[in-house]
Design a protein around this ligand. Sequence first.
Ligand code: NAP
Length: 331
Amino acid sequence: MMISREIRLASRPTGEPVPDNFELTEVEVPQPGKGQILVRNTWMSVDPYMRGRMDDAESYMPPFQIGAPLEGSAVGEVIASGDPGIPVGAKVTHFLGWREHVVLNVSDAVVIDTGLARPEDYLGALGTTGLTAYLAVTDIAPVKEGDVVFVSGAAGAVGSVAGQLARKLGAAKVIGSAGGPEKAKKLVEDFGFDAAIDYRTGDLPAQLAEHAPEGIDVYVDNVGGDHLEAAIETLNVHGRVALVGMISEYNAPVPGPRNLYSAVTKRLTLRGVLVTDHLDRFPEYIGKAAGWLADGTLHTEETVVEGLENAPAAFLGVLRGANTGKMLVRL
Ligand code: NAP
């Protein structure tokens, strides 16, 4: 037995989560049995959807349980193996993050090729956030040559990739929104957007109309609320919306959008997506995106927080915009 550490759910939040909702605990980790591996996690992901799992509510994923460790994507190195298929030293990705060591059945781990990309890329641009962005602009609200595309949450993990992929698909103009002047500057200078909106300066509909006098054809919604309303107002007839997430509503759900009737008059398509329905698309996506990372045509950034003990702060940070690109915890 070895001693390791994990983060458990201590209590459920009301509104915005707080540090007291989490508990850092020492645990004993057994040696792997036949068909199992012992993994030392090196990176873990904190993601907005985890907020929903902190509530005791039915959703597409079961709620976290009080007193039980949290879960989420992680990558790590195999340090003991009971299966010849995944030897010691292999790097794997799996879904039992929020802990430093874990014993997994080999069927719950996927070996990653660290010759193709860095381990942490498999939690970002080559992970579920990258695949979500790809699905949004290829399948859910397909971007066509000459489209004007608006992406919210554009300096984040999904948004920064979605904007760049929209450009690759031939968008004539890509507009992003993010919180604060530094992120807005970065959208244009580093992520290649044509125009950026700092939504915190107010009057989002006016700012969007100013940047897109011709209207928008595609909206990738990571934010919901005021952003979805502004996009509906600005969308052209037959516009398409990929409903990816609504982070502005996770701590405090709101009714709306108030102008949904415009979806009728403009014959809009608003389509939701869950990346977990499309995990079979990973080989196709990684086959393309690894090349874009290697040739530098897909720019990625990470905000890295050090140590498992700081994972709750990293998660609280992602809900408040403390990250640029993918928020990751190095263990
Ligand atoms: P992220 O964008 O890297 O981080 C979240 C960002 O949301 C923050 O950095 C913050 O940026 C922004 N934000 C927070 N509160 C906001 C508010 N009230 N209004 C506007 N922006 C706000 O996170 P991500 O992992 O890429 O996820 C982005 C969205 O996609 C989330 O809604 C998430 O739930 C969703 N998602 C969906 C799927 C799926 O399968 N459907 C998969 C992955 C992610 P600012 O500083 O710019 O405010």
